[in-house]
Design a protein around this ligand. Structure first.
Ligand SMILES: Nc1nc2c(c(=O)[nH]1)N[C@H]1C(S)=C(S)[C@@H](COP(=O)(O)OP(=O)(O)OC[C@H]3O[C@@H](n4cnc5c(=O)[nH]c(N)nc54)[C@H](O)[C@@H]3O)O[C@H]1N2
Ligand SMILES: Nc1nc2c(c(=O)[nH]1)N[C@H]1C(S)=C(S)[C@@H](COP(=O)(O)OP(=O)(O)OC[C@H]3O[C@@H](n4cnc5c(=O)[nH]c(N)nc54)[C@H](O)[C@@H]3O)O[C@H]1N2
Ligand code: SF4
Ligand SMILES: [Mo]
Length: 710
């Protein structure tokens, strides 16, 4: 029996694992010995079931019935690819190339797919640009870019991926709107657990008692969507008590005086009223962060989904800055500030309006892509022009975007829709062509980690006729006349990825486990030394050269430049009428271990961990509704009703519920396939800067299902 070092890849985490293979069959999987990137979560341990699932798509399919009905016939790769490329040429002639859109999602995060040719562009984006359309979209329309790009770039001039929470050297780790146990990969989680063992303090700010809140020294339970008010309240205490870093504020920021005026209204009493965090906790937390020497921050998606999500995250980032916790040991370390180079392909497309660019100009400027939330309008109203074709690579949009019926309506209008996936998703039911994709165990590729890189060898042959995502785009590019810029074999994918690093590739080819990259020694307070700006002047890489509390980029586009807070529009304070009928705060989508968004809800070993889609409800609220643990219930909002099962739990506060996301696609177990949480959320209620839907601060009611059959 062979043992092969590889990565798991059941999610995009890239954890290092070892697998047993016999006669070309994947037998077992365990954490890799001696690898610093080794981990194995419950999903990883079910890898074999995922790879060999009887539900895997095995051949290309061409639709033979009505859209949405699920009737398809098998086709050869040549027929399917010719079908797509012929239609794309026809659409380009008739409407112009901009009528085509691509969308990649969480299934498109394999590094050779996401960072095609080792650049920064996903393969589906570059493919579309070469075709002549700027309308590449991704799950960045509803995930990551608010805290990863818009908030940090409008404040620091630097994307958040260039910041490292210096957990190892920190005295206080604040986890705010994130749950590191479900990170992909979960490396920060291991560091935080280690820090805790060494007696470091952990504070979790979360609307529910998540895994990290449970482990933390202190759980700050906040009403979801109100973190902006809490952050501004903390800033107010810190300014009143003069706990801020005066030297930093004076020399390196703009807008402090205006902020000082603005935050005066966020008294501890007011913050308690808004956020449900007791006033004495607000004061305590402000003092803890300001005096930690130093405090670091772990945040992720938890703060993104409310009406002033970007501004709320800015408020948190500003709090970290004025307390002297930026680019210092134990704080938020700035690893680098290099900006991505302008893309020549994109330059050629200047002048064609990208979908969503008018409504969300910051989104467009900083992501160089279309805001997919505006896709239905583009299709249904030909705004800004006719939009006729869509290729979805590794995404399940009808379970991830709000009010799927609006997207379904648009999908029915398309002249060409293609889905590339491993399974028959709900999206695929509307496709003209469905193409089967491989798992990571079936392809050769590479994996970068912080300070480390490795090659991966295929462990088994592709299941059925499944193909590598990059090679699928390569085949299409060939048919459309620009195949030269695409690799046509896996060997070529790797050669191109390391084209500028031949020596490194040589080393990698001779190493089973990978190669350590040279570490740049740390330099702190780089803004003092001219190490953050291209012109080598001291300061931050923003238009003013300062850390912008008052953002000139936001101002340029006519937005509010200060991190002003907006209370959730569909919430108890702003919308008392709806609150009267729907008196529970609706949160959706906190991660559970056994699934990855809509994935794995058909994998028996993982389903066993949680068989049914749950709504977490506090015992007080459950009792008032005569609901017992395990009961079948209906979760209702102004927009719709969905059946869930009650998990009566004090993990959530009285007055708030947390509802699982991911259900709603046909291959899933029955109860999950019928529980699409996004029937409950609101397509129109968004963060005005990012365009993200308010997934986590809405209103609902929960009722016992009438013929409860538990
Ligand atoms: N209400 C609510 N909605 C949410 C969220 C929430 O918290 N609440 N979360 C949001 C977030 S953060 C995100 S990222 C989105 C989820 O965004 P999606 O991109 O829709 O994520 P998944 O549901 O994981 O779908 C990934 C798809 O890719 C397929 N896949 C996996 N690996 C591969 C591969 O290698 N190649 C190909 N071609 N396909 C592959 C899987 O089978 C699956 O169908 O949902 C968002 N929607
Ligand atoms: N097992 C598993 N792992 C996953 C995924 C999965 O589906 N399953 N999804 C992947 C994806 S797509 C992403 S983007 C990442 C996201 O990674 P995270 O953002 O860390 O996602 P969560 O684990 O849901 O943690 C978010 C936390 O924010 C809390 N929260 C929600 N609303 C609010 C709020 O208004 N204020 C505050 N303070 N907290 C709030 C939630 O309760 C939750 O504990 O995880 C990835 N990892
Ligand atoms: S986190 Fe993702 S890559 Fe790591 S073991 Fe779990 S499923 Fe596999
Ligand atoms: Mo995400």
């Amino acid at each position: 029996m062979d043992t092969i070092n590889t990565i798991c890849g059941v999610c995009p985490g890239g954890c290092a694992v070892e697998v047993n293979v016999e006669d070309g069959e994947l037998l077992g999987i365990r954490p890799a010995k001696d690898s610093p990137f080794s981990a194995l979560c419950v999903r990883g341990s079910a890898a074999k079931e995922v790879v060999y699932s009887p539900d895997r798509l095995k051949k290309p399919l061409i639709r033979s019935g009505k859209k949405g009905d699920g009737e398809f016939r098998e086709a050869s790769w040549d027929e399917a690819l010719d079908f797509i490329s012929d239609k794309m040429k026809y659409l380009k002639d008739k409407y112009g190339a901009q009528c085509m859109v691509t969308h990649y999602g969480r299934g498109g995060f394999e590094q050779s797919v996401m960072e095609f040719n080792n650049g920064n562009n996903a393969v589906s984006a570059q493919f579309l640009w070469e075709f002549g359309s700027p309308n590449n979209a991704s799950v960045g329309s509803v995930c990551y870019t608010a805290f990863g790009l818009f908030a940090p770039i409008t404040t620091y001039g630097i994307p958040f991926k260039n910041f490292v929470p210096d957990i190892d050297n920190s005295n206080l780790i604040v986890v705010w709107g994130a749950n590191p146990a479900t990170d992909s990969p979960p490396f920060a989680f291991h560091k935080i657990v280690e820090a805790k063992k060494q007696g470091k303090k952990i504070i979790a700010i979360d609307h529910m008692k998540s895994d990290i809140a449970n482990r933390a020294d202190e759980w700050i339970a906040v009403r979801s969507g109100t973190d902006g008010a809490l952050a501004l309240g903390l800033i107010n205490v810190i300014i009143q008590e003069e706990l801020y870093d005066k030297e930093f504020v004076e020399n390196w920021t703009v807008g402090f005086e205006e902020l000082k005026e603005y935050v005066k209204q966020f008294t501890p009493e007011k913050v308690e009223e808004i956020s449900w965090v007791p006033r004495e906790k607000v004061i305590w937390l402000a003092r803890e962060i300001a005096s930690a020497n130093n405090a670091t921050l772990r945040t992720y998606t938890g703060l993104e989904y409310t009406n002033s999500g970007v501004q709320n995250i800015r408020a948190v980032f500003i709090l970290w800055a004025i307390t002297g916790n930026i680019d210092v040991p134990g704080g938020l370390y700035i690893q680098s500030s290099d900006k991505e180079d302008d893309d020549a392909l994109l330059k050629k497309l200047e002048g064609i309006e990208t979908i969503g660019a008018k409504k969300y100009p910051i989104f467009n400027e900083l992501t160089k892509s279309a805001q997919f939330m505006e896709f239905p309008k583009a299709v249904l109203e030909a705004d800004p022009y006719p939009v006729k074709g869509l290729i979805i690579d590794g995404s399940s949009t009808l379970t991830s975007y709000p009010q799927p019926e609006i997207f379904e309506k648009a999908y029915k209008e398309l002249e060409l829709m293609v889905v590339i996936d491993r399974f028959m998703t709900k999206d695929a039911l509307y496709a003209d062509v469905v193409l089967p994709a491989t798992t990571y165990f079936e392809i050769d590729s590479y994996q970068y980690y912080p300070g480390y890189v490795r090659l991966r060898k295929k462990v088994i042959e592709p299941i059925g006729e499944a193909k590598n995502d990059v090679l699928i785009f390569g085949e299409l590019a060939k048919r459309l006349g620009f195949g030269d810029s695409y690799p046509q074999t896996e060997d070529e994918i790797i050669k191109r990825a390391f084209a500028k690093e031949k020596e490194l590739l040589n080393k990698l080819e001779n190493s089973d486990d990978g190669v350590k990259l040279d570490q740049v020694p740390r330099t702190y307070k780089k803004y003092e030394k001219g190490l953050l700006r291209h012109d080598a002047k001291p300061g931050f890489p923003t238009p003013s050269g300062k850390l912008e509390i008052k953002s000139s980029l936001l101002e340029k586009y006519g937005y509010e430049p200060l991190p002003k807070y907006i209370d959730p529009m569909e919430g108890p304070m702003k919308d008392p009428k709806t609150y009267g009928n729907y008196p529970l705060i609706l949160n959706t989508g906190a991660r559970i271990q056994s699934t990855f968004r809509s994935q794995h809800l058909n994998i028996p070993k993982l389903l066993k961990i949680q068989e049914k889609p749950l709504v977490l409800i506090n015992p007080k609220d459950a009792e008032a509704r005569n609901i017992k643990d395990g009961d079948k219930v209906i979760v209702k909002t102004k927009r719709g009703e969905v059946v869930y099962y009650a998990d009566v739990s004090d993990k959530v506060l009285p007055g708030a519920v947390e509802v699982n996301q991911g259900g709603g696609t046909p291959v899933q177990a029955k109860e999950w396939s019928e529980a699409n949480v996004n029937i409950l959320t609101d397509f129109y209620n968004r963060d005005y800067i990012s365009g993200f839907p308010v997934f986590k601060a809405l209103l609902c009611e929960v009722e016992l299902y009438e013929d409860t059959d538990k």
